[in-house]
Design a protein around this ligand. Structure first.
Ligand code: ACO
Length: 349
């Protein structure tokens, strides 16, 4: 819908926990190898939250960075959306803790669309701004998945990491969020789930004994195939909606679940390899945080310039998925930031 009032991303930020966990760590607790993990997923290490680190603390650190870079005062933010499936607590929302930590005074809520959370949050923020209900919306994707991982299950424990990414949206004269699509197929809900801990199945001694309080993925290959098919069709739909083609894109930033999923997505879209960002090597799958962390990394490394078209695509538990086409509008980083960010990645990427 064209309203003459649009939303654009004016700033980004990210935060990772201190503790680096290399693949070798898992060799000591389950039957796996660094080689298997690297070859099958592209992951070499991830970060796990330590004492004092949580979904709220990482969210606040990422949000603070985004606000600072934009020069925006906390009191002038109109809405906070924290996208997470690993909340600080069940009650109240993670957003309540993040609001306080950031010194915001605005309404705030959590949004759970698992790995698709940030794309869902971006779409809600875009609609709020276009409708004139808000001027400044802070969308944060944040997860501490390490605290819901079954460290005896090699099919899941090696895949995930903790972190947070933030994006500040403000009104613009041109569309910054050009087109989006969101989808969910609840019939596949059991494929990836944390069975106990909600009202459907409270945590009991029996549930703990059966390890039902941890994340379970019943069929990784099925999730892999669904992820490629759903993200490719979401991307195609969004490009069609926007009247654009894959050649117009500077970068595709897909949910960082597996490097092979992203390579397959790029092939389906007919894209050159360098146009598909793979940023999983040092962070693993950070669910709702993965796209905003990758976006922040791409910005800091100087890969994005104002006017560039970036296509995002996400897929995760639900199964929920979505895509959004973004015209990049944040000011470029300074040379010191670019050099530091390129140094960070030079060992692997
Ligand atoms: N180390 C060593 N071997 C392993 C490991 C491991 N960590 N995990 C599984 N294996 C074994 C399996 O047991 C299997 O052994 P078998 O042949 O003796 O039965 C073998 O490796 C092959 O297993 P596959 O499942 O076929 O391996 P695949 O190549 O499909 O890779 C993976 C598995 C990485 C999980 C892949 O399917 C995948 O990435 N799926 C998508 C997962 C995902 O993205 N989940 C999250 C999406 S939603 C969200 O982000 C919340």
């Amino acid at each position: 819908m064209t309203t003459g009032r649009f939303a654009r991303i004016s700033s980004v930020g990210s935060a990772l926990p201190q503790r680096v966990v290399p693949n070798a760590y898992f060799e000591s607790i389950v039957e796996t190898s660094d080689q298997w993990i690297v070859e099958r997923t592209g992951i070499r290490e991830r970060r796990f939250a330590g004492p004092g680190e949580s979904t709220a603390s990482l969210s606040a650190a990422a949000g603070e960075e985004a606000l600072r870079r934009a020069g925006v005062a906390p009191q002038s933010v109109d809405l906070l959306i924290v996208c997470t499936c690993t909340p600080e607590r069940i009650i109240p929302s993670t957003a309540a803790f993040v609001q306080t930590r950031l010194g915001l005074t605005c309404p705030a809520f959590d949004l759970n669309a698992a790995c698709a959370g940030w794309v869902y949050g971006l779409s809600v923020a875009d609609a709020q701004i276009r409708a004139g209900a808000a001027d400044r919306v802070l969308v944060i994707g944040a997860e501490v998945l390490s605290r819901v991982l079954d460290m005896t299950d090699r099919t899941t424990c090696v895949l995930f990491g903790d972190g947070a990414g933030a994006s500040l949206l403000e009104p613009g004269e041109e569309p910054g969020v050009i087109a989006s699509m969101l989808a969910l197929d609840g019939t596949a809900a059991e494929l990836l789930t944390q069975p106990a801990g909600g009202t459907g199945e409270p945590v009991t001694e029996a549930a703990l004994k059966a390890r039902r309080n941890f994340l379970r993925m019943s069929d990784g290959q099925a999730v892999f195939k669904m992820a490629v098919t759903a993200m490719a069709s979401a991307c195609t739909e969004v490009l069609e909606k926007a009247g654009r083609s894959a050649e117009d894109l500077k970068l595709v930033i897909g949910h960082q679940a597996n490097a092979r999923i992203l390579t397959a997505l790029g092939k389906r879209l007919g894209l050159d390899r360098e146009k598909v960002l793979i940023d999983i090597e040092k962070v693993g799958n950070t669910s709702a945080a993965s796209i905003p962390i990758a976006l922040d990394g791409a910005w800091r490394r100087g890969l994005l310039e104002p006017g560039d078209l970036v296509l995002t695509a996400a897929f995760g538990a639900g199964m929920a998925w979505g895509s959004s086409l973004i015209r990049w509008t944040a000011s470029p980083p300074d040379a010191v930031t670019v050099l530091a960010a390129r140094g960070e990645r030079s060992a692997g990427a």
